[in-house]
Design a protein around this ligand. Sequence first.
Ligand SMILES: [Zn+2]
Length: 357
Amino acid sequence: MGTWHLNGVVLPDGERRDLWIHDGVITFEPVAGAQTLTTGVWITPGLVDAHCHIGLGASGAVDHATAEAQAIIDRNSGVLLVRDAGAPADTHWIDERADLPRIIRAGRHIARPKRYIRNFAIEIDPSEMVEEVSRQAHSGDGWVKLVGDWIDREVGDLAPLWPAEIAKQAIDAVHAVGARVTAHCFAEQSVAELVAAGIDCIEHGTGMSDEVIEMMAANDVALVPTMTNLVNFPKFAAAGAERFPTYAAHMRDLHARRLDTLGRAREAGVQIYCGTDAGGTLGHGRVAQEAQMLAELGGNDFALGAIGWDARTWLGAQNLVEGAPADLVCWFVDPRQELSTLHDPALVVLRGEPVSR
Ligand SMILES: [Zn+2]
C-alpha cells in the first residue's frame, strides 16, 4: 500500500490542509516518505449514490463483466459508496475488489406478480411478504427494498402493491432484525400508507402530501427523489397513454408538480439524498447531473451534502476525519462555487489508493 500526501481545501470544513494516507486511512499528522499525489485541489469524501443498481440491466440481471463495468463508471464519477436499491444479480464478489466502490445492498426488489418491470423483482403474494422481507434482510446489507406502487392494469392507474396492514407487519419484521426498509413510491396512497407504517426511506416520493411530509420530517424518514429519473415521467405516461389514460394523466400531474412537492419536503426538513437510479434503462455515472438538479431544490451546499457528507453520515460511513478510510475525491475548482466541476474529478482515491485521474 502506498503512503500518500495531498494538499487542498478539505470539505465540508473548507480549510486548506495537508492530508496524508497511510495503511489506507487518513491522517493529518505528517507521514515520513509520503509521495505527494496532488496539491491546490478541493477534497471531498467519496460521493454517494443512494439509489443505484449494480448488476441490473434493461432486461434484468447482467453478467459479471457488465456489472464490473457499471461499478467502474460509478467509481470514476467519484461515487465510492453505493446503496444498491435492489439487484437481481449476486454482486457480493465486488466486496473482494479493492478497486470497486463499497456497496450497501438491499437484496432484491420485492413486488407482486406483473406489478413491476419484468425480471427485476422477486414476485410474491402479499401473504408471503413477511417471510420474504426477512429473507431479503438477511441477504442484504441492512436494507430491504419494496416496490410500493406501480400501475394496476385492472384499475388503470398507479396503486399500492401491499395491503397497509401487511406492509406494517413486514416493516416491523425487518426492524426486528435490525435492518431498514425503503420503497419505490410514485403516487399518493402508497407513500402515505408506508410512512404511517414506519418505513425508513422513500424512493421518488412524488406523491407526498403536506401531511406525509410532516410525518417524514418528524420520524426521520429519508427521501431519495432520483431527480434525473423523474424527468422521464412524461415518457412513461406516453407509453401507457392509449390503454391507460388515467395512469398517463396521473404520471404527468406528478411530474408537473414534482419540484413543488420536493421543495416542500426540503423546506419541512426531510433529509434528502442523492440517487441516480442507474441500472435498468438508466446509465451509470450521472451523479453530477443529479447534483445539479438537487441544487435547484436547495442550493449548492445542500446538493453537495446530499451527494457527499450528509449521505455518508446517514449510511454510517465516515467523512474526512483522522483515522477514517481514505475514500476521497479531488476537484479542480471549488464545487461549492462551480457544481459543474463534478463532471470531471481531478483524482479519485479509494481505500487509500489512487484509482482514477
Ligand atoms: Zn431504482
